[in-house]
Design a protein around this ligand. Structure first.
Ligand SMILES: Cc1cc2nc3c(=O)[nH]c(=O)nc-3n(C[C@H](O)[C@H](O)[C@H](O)COP(=O)(O)O)c2cc1C
Length: 504
């Protein structure tokens, strides 16, 4: 191919040069072809890229198409129901709710409902009135001195660094207007989290950003200073997150700007890998005492921890330790393995940790079995973006829900899958100032506010359709599954299997 490039390239140039010499037409080509020839000669002799060495000019098309493959997939190939991780229908629903415009769907469902895995709400013939008030949940156990009345739906942990400054600010202003909280993520509490006056859950990760000493260890003094700020309503110790459990936080070098490095106390323009585990404690007892230490240092604010379930025996051991020490967290956040991230190794994203549903059922049932469920709240996260998914999480045992990517969509995220390389085209997950300018804080904070409000309103409507008046009355019995009526007889009498024996 290289030989052909030299022969045809030279021939083409000679022909165009001859035409130009005779007719004085084709000036541009006389300029362009030598440029292509020079690029081609360079590529033919370089040794790094095999494709360009073999196809010195045409090889660029491969890189071009690879670059725009996600866009081609999304604009031309993707069907309404099959985008990943979120379908076009799901994304559109969030956009519409965020814009506060009609989010109804035309013509009927596009899902196949006659399958075993179908799941639906058993609506009541006598629906309850729709509650116009948005649900709230009080967080704070027996040792908590500053209980917090939280919204049932809040913004999950996403750091400044992973998100842009404008995204963090817009979320915070939206949270203030809608009276819900923004979780800082492990990147630390910054001026952008405090500027809008919204409620904050401050997350403490293994890097202790914002509360570390010179050696990178947890600093009680630095922690106490920020934990006692009035905006900080709760504190969350991050043990793990679903997208990369057992792996520390990742801040790619491209996103580690001078500004972020200063906030985190690290070297700019290098990849920052937080350790997989904490060094302030190393076992269940240590964790329980760390909870007490943070509670004391924050003058009794609600303290909890976030984890993705892996080894279930370890979680049970932590619960036993709570009972032995008589120290309980005020909340536990259960994150599913399907959860999102700014950046994670593929192996961890695809193959580590328990998905949300079984994890939530396990945590809820374990706490009930040990008789300590009433001592703390469970917060659930993992692809919760609709009223339906909120009700479903509550039915499986959650008291409250968090969403990360739902709120990213409300900010304008188009699922371009570029959070990790600083090229997010919507300015949501980038530190590129030019791209960030596209995200107008005043406009997007309204969208954050409306998405939260309309999603919770939808959850209220579903609650009423199921004939229940309060989320405290919700349990798994309001849901049905396709495999409940898999037998012919069951298909006709799904709720009354005992009385249909004459058909079997
Ligand atoms: C851009 C981005 C950044 C995140 N940063 C953090 C973080 O700093 N700490 C954390 O515990 N989880 C982090 N997460 C995980 C979310 O908080 C949440 O647990 C997970 O995405 C599941 O929720 P989702 O399906 O609603 O996105 C991040 C997620 C995303 C998408």
């Amino acid at each position: 191919m290289r030989k052909k490039f030299f022969i045809y390239g030279l021939l083409l140039f000679l022909i165009v040069a001859a035409v130009y010499y005779k007719t004085e037409r084709g000036f541009l080509l006389v300029v362009i072809i030598p440029i292509l020839l020079i690029i081609g000669i360079y590529n033919a002799i370089q040794t790094k890229h095999a494709i360009l060495r073999n196809f010195p000019v045409l090889g660029y098309f491969r890189y071009l198409f690879e670059m725009i493959a996600p866009e081609i997939q999304q604009y031309f190939i993707e069907r309404a129901t099959d985008g990943k991780p979120f379908s076009r229908n799901q994304r559109s629903m969030v956009y519409q709710r965020a814009k506060n415009i009609d989010s109804s769907t035309p013509f009927g469902t596009q899902q196949n409902l006659n399958i075993d895995s179908y799941e639906g709400i058993k609506h009541s013939i006598f629906p309850a009135p729709v509650n116009e008030e948005l649900p709230r949940v009080l967080v704070g156990g027996k040792d908590c001195k500053q209980p917090y009345s939280a919204s049932l739906f809040n913004v999950s942990a996403m750091s400044f660094g992973s998100l842009s400054e404008n995204a963090v600010r817009a979320i915070n202003i939206g949270a203030k207007k809608g009276n819900f909280y923004q979780n800082t993520g492990e990147g630390g509490l910054t001026e952008f989290h405090l500027g809008g006056g919204g409620d904050i859950t401050w997350q403490i990760g293994t890097g202790y950003f914002g509360c570390r000493d010179g050696q990178g260890n947890f600093s009680p003094e630095n922690f106490a200073e920020k934990a006692n700020l009035p905006n900080v309503k709760m504190i969350e110790i991050k043990l793990s997150q679903g997208a990369k459990p057992g792996h520390g936080g990742v801040l790619p070098a491209a996103k580690n700007t001078e500004q972020i490095a200063k906030i985190r106390g690290v070297v700019p323009h290098t990849m920052i890998l937080s350790p997989p585990g904490h060094n302030a404690f190393s076992d269940s007892k240590g964790l329980i005492h760390f909870i007490k230490q943070l509670r004391d240092l924050s003058n009794g604010k609600p303290i909890g921890f976030k984890l993705c379930i892996g080894n279930t025996a370890e979680f049970e051991a932590i619960c036993q330790e709570m009972i032995t020490e008589d120290i309980y967290p005020d909340f536990i956040t259960v994150d599913g393995a399907e959860g999102g991230t700014g950046a994670a190794p593929l192996e961890f994203a695809d193959g580590v940790g328990m998905p949300f549903e079984p994890a939530l059922i396990f945590v809820n049932q374990t706490l009930i079995r040990l008789g300590i469920r009433h001592k703390m709240r469970i917060i659930g996260s993992g692809k919760i973006i609709s009223g339906y998914s909120i009700l479903h999480a509550v039915a499986l045992g959650a008291d409250m829900c968090n969403s990360a990517r739902g709120f990213m969509f409300s900010l304008g995220c188009i699922q371009a899958l570029r959070c990790h390389n600083n090229e997010c085209p919507t300015g949501v997950a980038t530190q590129n100032k030019m791209l960030m300018k596209g995200l107008v804080v005043t406009d997007k904070s309204e969208r954050v506010y409306h998405f939260h409000k309309n999603t919770l309103h939808s959850a209220n409507e579903l609650l009423a359709a199921a004939g229940r008046k309060s989320f405290a009355d919700v349990d798994i019995n309001i849901f049905m599954r396709g495999d409940e009526f898999a037998n012919l007889s069951d298909m006709y009498f799904p709720d009354n299997l005992k009385n249909v024996t004459q058909f079997s």
